[in-house]
Design a binder for this molecule. Structure first.
Ligand code: ADP
Length: 209
């Protein structure tokens, strides 16, 4: 994976569906904006690429695809996401916050029986986030939250499935640098506080500005 040497900082949020990534990503964006930083918030899979549109069809179970082929589509979408959105913003010194990134490929892919090391290799030429936060929420709680939200469940949102996905998320800090697992069954504010503390420690303390 490629280290970020661009002026901006790249932060990824990850976790099971319903774990609170979107909530924490937007709270962090608001916090950074208040501090006077420019922030781009973004999401994978994107809606902008051909691959992204195919992925959406597969996740919504409108079409089927072999699990490894699905992960190749994710990698293609990610390549375009980096080229068109993430890297240009980092070059301009902005913070980029992505709601999901390659960890989702590793963990959802592995839960589907794709070899984890193969998945990591497939994503090896991509930028490593400066910090990645994985929100830890029990699969049952995630499913309850998703039910409350009332949106249709996608392929990966079933409890048994989520349990398998978590098995892979759990070991991400051993495999990839700068990954923090955050206890996500707490108040939204408590989680946000912990994330801010880590950013203060790891990003602001190490930079002169
Ligand atoms: P994700 O982006 O991970 O799918 P969301 O941020 O959309 O998750 O959150 C899923 C649901 O859970 C939303 O209804 C949200 O309001 C709720 N939620 C998020 N964080 C928490 C939390 N810490 N405690 C309780 N509910 C939460």
């Amino acid at each position: 994976m490629i280290k970020n040497t661009l002026p901006g900082k790249f932060i990824a949020f990850e976790g099971l569906d319903g774990s609170g990534q979107s909530t924490q990503a937007s709270l962090l964006r608001d916090f950074l904006l208040k501090q006077g930083y420019q922030v781009v918030i973004t999401k994978e899979p994107t809606k902008d690429s051909e691959a992204g549109r195919k992925i959406r069809q597969i996740l919504d179970e409108k079409t089927q695809e072999d699990p490894a082929e699905l992960q190749k589509l994710f990698a293609k979408d990610r390549e375009e996401h980096l080229k068109n959105t993430i890297i240009p913003a980092l070059e301009q010194g902005k913070f980029v916050i992505s709601d999901r990134y390659f960890f989702s490929s590793f963990c959802f892919g592995a839960s589907d029986g794709v070899d984890l090391d193969w998945l990591i290799k497939l994503n090896d030429n991509f930028l490593l986030p400066d910090l990645s936060f994985i929100l830890k929420v029990a699969p049952r709680v995630c499913v309850e939250r998703i039910d409350k939200r009332g949106t249709a469940k996608t392929l990966f949102e079933k409890e048994e499935k989520l349990t398998k996905v978590w098995e892979a998320y759990r070991i991400m800090p051993e495999k990839i640098e700068n990954v923090f697992i955050i206890e996500g069954e707490r108040s939204i504010e408590a989680i946000h506080e912990e994330i801010k503390n880590i950013i203060n420690e790891k990003i602001f303390k190490n930079s002169p500005s």
